[in-house]
Design a protein around this ligand. Structure first.
Ligand code: SDX
Length: 426
């Protein structure tokens, strides 16, 4: 098949030809790895909004049409028909598991749900009021110190067992962060339960009595985990890839991803949305004044839970979560007034030119906090929930990168705007 190319010509009439690369879906990409060699130029793309960093077969997003596929399967079908653990298998292996494959995978993950007892001491070393994300990023980074016999990233078996360990242990560690914060005893995993039910019992069970599972809450959390499992080359996934590109071990790379996710412009937005809705609900702010602040260029405030680098249409995940809100709040009760306020805020933006012109719609974080609150998850645990669900996406990209023949250490360039060369004063 003849190569597709594009020719770039500069102001001096000098031309250079570059190969056009095509994927299964999505726009073609100009391969510019020899741009400097051919033209003497670099490219400049702050935030890499127009730059492909890798080839990947895990997730595809069409932001114009609000499409999200995991290994080709649409997110709405996966949310309706699959389970989080089945999605973990799909993201890691590229295909849905057979019944036997799922049984084996589920048993493997269950074998890794416990953590070394020293992790309990490690977490108990944090102040009682430490933010759970601070505890999570520190603890996951420290995990590598317990597995020094299987950190050879060039060994496929080491890579896979690290992936299984991370997927299995994140719920245990996340629940420990919550329990430490609340001064509650840590609960051990119960491998007779599903992945999500096990997490709920480690979070909310008390040793003094039998924990009663709530199937409605478990199902809602299952869907939330599925919706947050992966999302292509977002900031935290790109951080995991960049950290891992130096050969860093998977625990250190995932810890880097957790750190990036913590920011309010990314995974920290779910906590920021609830703070924003609370301030409208409890402090006299109105929808009108909140929207006015979001539009005011002199005010750094942004409407949390709105906008997306890729989705210039509805975030399909937000639509699924909004529907889940209706169902869950009807069944579990919970923040109906908060949900009503969120719907009013969304309604107001749909009519506002500023948001319409910039194609700013609710993203995955806008409604998720309302669900998490209805599940009695405290606000400072919201981003921990996001990190727990996204761990499988991060590690799937880390594995794909380490198996990519084109893989090389990440090293962006810059436009230097500092002082011209000058001598040290004599
Ligand atoms: C996630 O990438 C992913 O896939 C992320 C994620 C995932 O699953 O991994 O989907 C999860 O991080 C969702 C996003 C959660 N963050 C928020 O909800 C925080 C609020 N949103 C914004 O900070 C913002 O929309 C971003 C960070 C999400 C996207 O920022 P961009 O793409 O850099 O957009 P931009 O800054 O170029 O904005 C374009 C215009 C600007 O106005 P002008 O300068 O053109 O006049 O839109 C405005 C911005 O000021 N704008 C907003 C706004 N978001 C963008 N104005 C008010 N409120 C907002 N929320």
């Amino acid at each position: 098949m003849t190569k597709k190319t594009v020719t770039l010509t500069d102001a001096n009439g000098k031309s250079a030809e570059f190969e056009l690369l095509s994927g299964t879906h999505g726009p073609d990409c100009i391969s510019i790895s020899d741009l400097y060699k051919q033209t003497g130029y670099f490219t400049y793309d702050p935030g890499y909004g127009m730059t492909g960093s890798c080839k990947s077969s895990i997730t595809f997003i069409n932001g114009e049409e609000g499409i999200l596929l995991h290994r080709g399967y649409p997110i709405d079908q996966l949310a309706e028909k699959s389970s989080y653990l089945e999605i973990c298998y799909l993201l890691l292996n590229g295909e849905l598991p057979s019944k036997a494959e799922f049984t084996e995978f589920s048993s493997t993950i269950k074998n890794h749900t416990m953590v070394h007892e020293n992790i309990r001491d490690f977490i108990n070393g944090f102040r009682y009021d430490a933010h759970p994300m601070a505890m999570l990023v520190g603890t996951v980074g420290a995990l590598s110190s317990f597995y020094h016999d299987s950190l050879d990233i060039n060994n496929p078996e080491h890579r896979v067992i690290s992936a299984h360990r991370l997927i299995a242990k994140l719920p245990t560690i996340a629940s420990y962060c919550y329990r430490h914060h609340r001064g509650l005893p840590f609960m051990y995993p119960d491998n007779d339960l599903s992945y999500v039910e096990n997490f709920l019992q480690m979070m909310f069970a008390v040793p003094a009595q039998k924990y009663e599972q709530n199937p409605i809450a478990a199902k809602a959390l299952e869907v939330m985990m599925i919706l947050h499992a992966d999302h292509e080359q977002n900031a935290s996934t790109s951080t995991v890839r960049l950290a891992g590109s130096s050969g860093a071990n998977p625990f250190a790379s995932i810890a880097a991803g957790i750190a990036s996710l913590w920011g309010p412009a990314h995974g920290g937005a779910n906590e920021a949305v609830i703070n924003m809705l609370d301030s409208i609900y409890n402090s006299g702010e109105t929808i009108e004044t909140t929207i006015a602040r979001a539009k005011d260029k002199n005010d750094p405030f942004r409407l949390m839970g709105f906008g997306h680098r890729v989705y210039k249409n509805f975030d399909p995940r937000a639509q699924i979560i909004a529907k889940l809100c209706h169902e869950l709040l009807d069944d579990l009760g919970g923040d109906q007034p908060m949900f009503k306020l969120a719907l009013e805020l969304e309604e107001a933006t749909l009519k506002d030119e500023y948001f319409k012109e910039r194609r700013l719609y609710p993203n995955v974080d806008f409604y998720s906090g309302i669900i998490l609150r209805a599940l009695d998850i405290p606000m400072n645990m919201f981003t921990v929930m996001f990190a727990m669900a996204r761990t499988v996406g991060w590690i799937s990209h880390w594995l794909e990168m380490n198996e990519d023949p084109e893989f090389r250490i990440g090293r962006p360039r810059q436009i230097y705007t500092g002082h011209a060369k000058r001598d040290y004063p004599s």
